[in-house]
Design a protein around this ligand. Structure first.
Ligand code: B12
Length: 212
């Protein structure tokens, strides 16, 4: 049964059908599929397929945009269904997508899962300037600064964030975690970030480990 839902979720995203994506998300949750499983086995493979079709020139910007809208709708429904753990605040996290980058679906999933795991999270949204990450982290009393990037052209902003923290004498005050499709552990090591996470679950795990 779950397989049917996963296939329907994938199809809704590929077709860019927001209504069907929403219905499938609700149906999957009603049938008892765990929110992140539904996301990872249904919707994410769908949007990845869209990314591949875009890269190979089978679809163009309008197709990418309608699929993204369907994905955003599904993400909204699934994020709202992530069960909150009733535990005390684990730490404060400031998170955003770096300047020049408008991709925020993955980052938003990370935010939802962190909140569900008892973190106090300040989501800066997308296209976030380095100074904003730092100013807000200072005011919020953050322990962690998380940055997301989906574009290879904006990966350098994560490097600049590390440099700016060092320049302002703040680098040791925070733990930094980086993510996004083109980001790797190797990249994190290279720029001096404290952790890399490949997905939302891994993000929560790594952030918990950093706070120990
Ligand atoms: C949806 C999408 C869009 C949507 C974004 C909508 C939105 N609200 O986010 C729209 C249509 C706006 C868009 C625009 C563009 N896009 Co686009 N897009 C995608 C697509 C298909 C999916 C991204 C996505 O949502 N994935 C699903 C989520 C769940 O995965 P994720 O983001 O990787 O996040 C997970 C992990 O990485 C991790 N994670 C992510 N961030 C963080 C942060 C932290 C702190 C942690 C711990 C973890 C973590 O956890 C997440 C959850 O598990 C990708 C292809 C792909 N497969 O990545 C292309 C892709 C990223 N886009 C691409 C391009 C080229 C563009 C445009 C430049 C197109 C254009 N010519 O205008 C513009 C860029 C605009 C801009 N300035 O940003 C290219 C990038 C190529 C490159 N090498 O840089 C890709 C790879 C497509 C391709 N194959 O060519 N895009």
């Amino acid at each position: 049964m779950s397989e049917k839902i996963f296939a329907a979720a994938m199809e809704a995203i590929i077709k860019g059908d927001a209504g069907k994506a929403a219905d499938t998300a609700r149906q999957g949750l009603d049938e008892g599929i765990a929110p992140l499983e539904l996301m990872d086995k249904g919707f994410v493979p769908g949007i990845n397929e869209v990314g591949e079709q875009f890269e190979s020139g089978q679809i163009f910007i309008p197709g990418l945009v309608t699929s993204a809208a369907a994905m955003e709708k599904a993400t909204e429904i699934i994020n709202a269904a992530i069960p909150a753990e009733t535990q005390t605040v684990q730490g404060r996290v400031v998170i955003g997508t770096v300047e020049g980058d408008m991709h925020d679906i993955g980052k938003t999933i990370v935010v939802a899962l962190l909140k569900a795991n008892g973190f106090d999270v300040l989501d800066l949204g997308r296209d976030v300037a380095i100074d904003r990450f730092i100013d807000v982290a200072e005011k919020f009393g953050a322990h962690i600064i998380g940055s997301s990037t989906l574009l290879t052209t904006t990966m350098g902003v994560q490097t600049e964030l590390e440099k700016e923290l060092t320049k302002q004498g703040l680098r040791r005050k925070y733990r930094t975690v980086v993510g996004g499709a083109p980001v790797t552990q190797r990249w994190a090591n290279r720029i001096g970030a404290d952790a890399y996470a490949q997905d939302a679950n891994d993000g929560v795990k790594k952030i918990k480990a950093l706070l120990k």
